[in-house]
Design a protein around this ligand. Sequence first.
Ligand code: MRU
Length: 346
Amino acid sequence: MKTNLSFIKAARDKIQLLNQKLLPHKLDYVVCSNGADVAKAIKDMVVRGAPAIGISAAYGMYLTAWEASKKNKKLTLDLLKKQKQQLDAARPTAVNLMWATEQMLQVATPFFAGEPSKAKDAHLKLLLALYEKALEIHNDDAERCLKMSNNAVKYLLTKYPKEKYNILTHCNTGSLATGGIGTALGAIRVLHEKSKINMVYADETRPYLQGSRLTAFELLKDKIPVTLTVDSQAAYLMQKKMIDAVFVGADRIAANGDVANKIGTYSLSVLAKAHRIPFFVVAPKSTFDNKIENGDKIVVEERAAVEVLEIAGRVIAPKVPVVNYSFDVTPQVNITAIFSEDETLE
Ligand code: MRU
């Protein structure tokens, strides 16, 4: 299955990131020529979604090496390590970011072992290896999306058979957030392809509105039935038996199966449990962080007050203190199953 919407255009000397802050009104690209540009784009939410920021960061590491060679500056391993630090700090919760920059560093490290090579093409070989790795991370994600989506759909159809489903989803987990058809939205796309979708209810996802600006946009583009719903309406929709299953993505999954995802995910899991509705997480292995024992240890990003006090540059509240956690942690006991590309965790 293909989607013609991609968040990135990659070339040898730059990447162009679709500016997701301007969607759905405008299709505009931000050009990044080095790792610092990419770190800024990630921090500013030009690109967002755990796998997408990982892929962008991988190209960012490559671009730093490319830029150093262009300026005839000596590329050092230290420079790449510093670049990794800057990229990793751009958004602390999504582990795909650190996972991708680490992969890139591991490709680079052997090139700096031993005596510096005098061979003219040594640097070119390093650049090629880094570019190929970034491309591999990008393309692999597309494949992973397809596999985890198929796993999720197979499970749903077997364990919760129905003619057609009403699915509730949160945030944006589609092509704008991944290298392929998406995670939770990937599963929804596969369900739609099998004519199994009655309606997708997209939470608007306050305060950043990834649901209304991005998910509604993606689903409309693919002609998948979508209805927008305010976040606080989920309980009522469930009470009225309008939801058959909840599908969400993840930013980091701890070793015990606790899941960090967009703020509001935890509330949905509690509601789903209370209404005996299956609650599913779809995420690639690059989102699993086995170094973190449980959800308590996950660093949850807090974002600026302005995101809550204003909508599209318009002030909507008096200047009072704001708490703005970008993510929350859903305990594994609230999750029916987690689907990755190669396993299903129940
Ligand atoms: O703040 P965002 O937009 O980067 O948050 C994105 C999410 O929470 C997604 O659900 C998650 O990254 C999974 S995307 C496939």
